[in-house]
Design a protein around this ligand. Structure first.
Ligand code: PMV
Length: 367
């Protein structure tokens, strides 16, 4: 794998002081990534919808310092200095330092906020790390103006991947593949790529309502969960199945067969959780209301012939997916019925989005 192309040589330009702000989205996997090897190389290819409303906005102030012997930064989350978030970001910088040696030369002040409620159970690592990656690439672009936007997206995705695998799919949209797959042109284990084929109109503006079933800390982190795939009795079959499912889903996304889409997406969600149930040690991230919601979705689909379906992340929340032309009917069903199974009746209506956006003149809470 050619990672050398992402290591910059000396720059012709010098910058003393700069601030960049980027908004990057969360994403929801349709074919799940669960299992990896070092350094964050996925055991199978995955594909996700990029979201629009669930995003992070991050600014980094870069100020050149006199000595460049260590990486120095401060971190504010929603206006408050967050020492507790620092180790994760320090580890991220450590993993990417060979690709971004310039980070040694600056003191960085990071200001970050999410559009979705903190501790909602929505993973913020994908949007959070991809936003930092875009700010770094913005600086790199100023140091080397010849960089193409294709290179910037690839490298930002590569950096984000080193922080959290799924973050590699949060740079572009509306559909991103991460992981080398023989039938997805340009796909790579190193970074996410936009799904390269024409997508059927039914999948345009697809809706994703996120039902907040449990907003607590997860009992088992995804790092631990990924590691449990190493000695998992069904691991090899699972990785092969995910790649086969991606072959099928690639066809489906092009031909618009929504029933086949539902079948694969729901099976992927349940298989992800089946891997957790059959790990050793085993664990369960679903809650009783996760299952109540799934059953209600199946009943509604049966009774109304709706094309509604669900998927799950590594948690108890349910993502409800449906075509745009069913928005009114399904939103009503969510508000009237499914909301009753959510913590404090909370849910977020989201829709498929297009990836990272530069933000100008943004004022964070502590400014
Ligand atoms: O990016 P990580 O290491 O938090 O792993 C996330 C894995 C899932 O969200 C469960 C699936 C996926 O492909 O996003």
């Amino acid at each position: 794998m050619n990672t050398a192309q992402f290591i910059p040589s000396a720059f012709n330009f010098s910058i003393e002081k700069a601030t960049y702000t980027w908004q990057t989205p969360s994403n929801i996997a349709l074919i799940k990534y669960w299992g990896k090897s070092d350094p964050q190389i996925p055991k199978n290819a995955s594909i996700s919808f990029t979201l629009q409303n669930c995003h992070t906005i991050t600014s980094i102030d870069f100020v050149k310092k006199n000595t460049a012997s260590e990486i120095t930064f401060e971190l504010f989350f929603e206006g408050i200095k967050k020492e507790s978030f620092k180790p994760k970001i320090a580890q991220f910088f450590d993993r990417i330092k060979e690709y971004c040696p310039y980070i040694f030369e600056y003191n960085m002040v990071i200001n970050s906020e999410n559009s979705f409620p903190h501790s909602s159970g929505i993973a913020s690592s994908a949007s959070g790390l991809s936003a930092i990656a875009m700010c770094l690439l913005n600086l790199e672009k100023e140091l080397n103006p010849s960089l193409s936007s294709a290179f910037i997206n690839q490298k930002a995705s590569l950096l984000a991947r080193l922080g959290s695998g799924s973050a590699s799919r949060s740079i572009e949209g509306p559909l991103v593949v991460w992981g080398n797959h023989p039938e997805i042109k340009g796909s790579s284990d190193l970074f996410g790529v936009q799904f390269p084929y024409k997508v059927h109109v039914v999948f345009e503006n697809y809706q994703d309502a996120i039902l907040l079933v449990d907003k607590g800390e997860k009992q088992v982190s995804s790092t631990v969960g990924h590691n449990l795939m190493h000695k998992h009795p069904y691991a090899e079959q699972r990785f092969a199945q995910a790649n086969e499912n991606l072959t099928k889903l690639s066809e489906i996304l092009q031909n618009g067969d929504v029933d086949a889409f539902i079948n694969i997406v729901e099976s992927e969600a349940l298989t992800l959780h089946a891997m957790m149930l059959t790990s050793n040690p085993y664990f369960i991230l679903m809650k009783p209301n996760t299952l109540e919601i799934i059953n209600k979705i199946w009943k509604f689909r049966e009774e109304t012939k709706s094309k509604i379906c669900f998927t799950l992340d590594a948690g108890a929340n349910v993502h409800v997916l449906y075509p745009e032309n069913e928005k009114e009917k399904v939103n009503h069903f969510i508000q009237e019925i499914l909301a009753n199974y959510c913590q404090k009746k909370q849910y977020i209506f989201d829709t498929v989005g297009f990836g990272a956006k530069k933000v100008v003149n943004y004022r964070h809470k502590n400014h």
